[in-house]
Design a protein around this ligand. Structure first.
Ligand SMILES: C[S@@+](CC[C@H](N)C(=O)[O-])C[C@H]1O[C@@H](n2cnc3c(N)ncnc32)[C@H](O)[C@@H]1O
Length: 275
């Protein structure tokens, strides 16, 4: 079977199973089976799949139609233009989280020391360390997330250190910028999540307690302990969390601002520590 036919057949299988973006997904899974970049599919349409390639491709299609996210099959997700390795131990970095990077680049250009609380794959810590030419420290409560983030930092040559702890409880040095995309799905909304998120992504990365905002109220006092005066705290928030997260910033904070995503939802809340 040649590549063109394999893409068409894969696309038909995925689309009949209701998988969105069926053709693109078929192409990505085929590339993964071939261990080639996507350009190869178009530059070598005459390539005949070997038996091993066909078996791999068939397995990946089956995994995807069974609900496994494509990124956990290909083990990679691009974030801010860089490839991050992902496994079911870490949240798949989302494009919305790139807004946190944009806000950081807007307000914290001179930051030399950055802290990322709840780093997952390391997407924010690694990206900001590279974009700002800074030293990052990142924490996560999950040991497997720490291992994944550290391996991404090494692969992408970012200056970053990783600490397994609850929020920032193990840290005592000061930072110029703190970012966090903590778990913020209210427990009562777990049942409303897409099945592939609920069944495959780590619940510790998703569930933010009863109303999804308690963790922000725990992070702000820790940021007051760890930020240099004038430093910024930048959060990603869930679509219902804006007013509650803003209320976590007390009198020691100035310039508390909300940022919106491309769909117009509140997505980022940031504030400047001014004790
Ligand atoms: C929504 S994910 C964000 C991951 C990554 N920063 C991103 O944006 O893709 C939240 C992360 O916070 C971690 N986490 C949850 N509770 C935590 C806690 N109490 N202390 C530290 N990390 C925590 C989870 O393990 C998960 O990796």
């Amino acid at each position: 079977m040649d590549l063109r036919t394999a893409i068409q057949q894969g696309s038909d299988i995925l689309s009949s199973a209701g998988v969105p973006d069926a053709r693109l997904t078929a192409e990505l899974l085929l590339c993964h089976a071939l261990r080639k970049e996507r350009i190869y599919l178009y530059s070598h349409p005459e390539h005949q799949l070997s038996t091993v390639e066909w078996i791999h491709y068939g397995r990946y299609l089956h995994e995807r139609t069974s609900g496994k996210p494509a990124q956990y099959i290909t083990k990679v997700q691009e974030f801010y233009g860089r490839p991050f390795r992902v496994s079911p131990a870490v949240l798949i970095p989302r494009p919305e989280t790139e807004h946190v990077v944009e806000h950081a680049l807007e307000v914290a250009q001179g930051a030399k020391r950055i802290l990322d609380i709840g780093t997952g794959s390391g997407a924010l810590a690694v990206t900001l360390a590279l974009e700002l030419n800074a030293d990052a420290v990142a924490t996560d409560i999950s040991h497997d997330a720490i291992l994944a983030a550290r391996s991404n930092a090494e692969a992408l040559h970012a200056r970053a250190g990783f600490v397994q702890c609850d929020l920032a409880s193990a840290l005592s040095t000061r930072f110029d910028l703190i970012v966090s995309n903590p778990p913020y799905i209210p427990a009562r909304e777990m049942g409303t999540l897409q099945q592939e998120v609920r069944d495959h992504e780590p619940h510790v990365a998703l569930l933010g307690g009863a109303n999804g905002t308690e963790i922000y109220h725990r992070i702000v006092p820790q940021a007051e302990r760890l930020l240099q005066p004038g430093g910024w705290l930048i959060f990603e928030i869930g679509y219902q969390g804006e007013s509650c997260v803003r209320s976590a910033f007390g009198p020691a904070w100035q310039d508390v601002t909300t940022g919106y995503d491309l769909a117009g939802w509140p997505r980022v809340v940031r504030g400047r520590y001014a004790p």
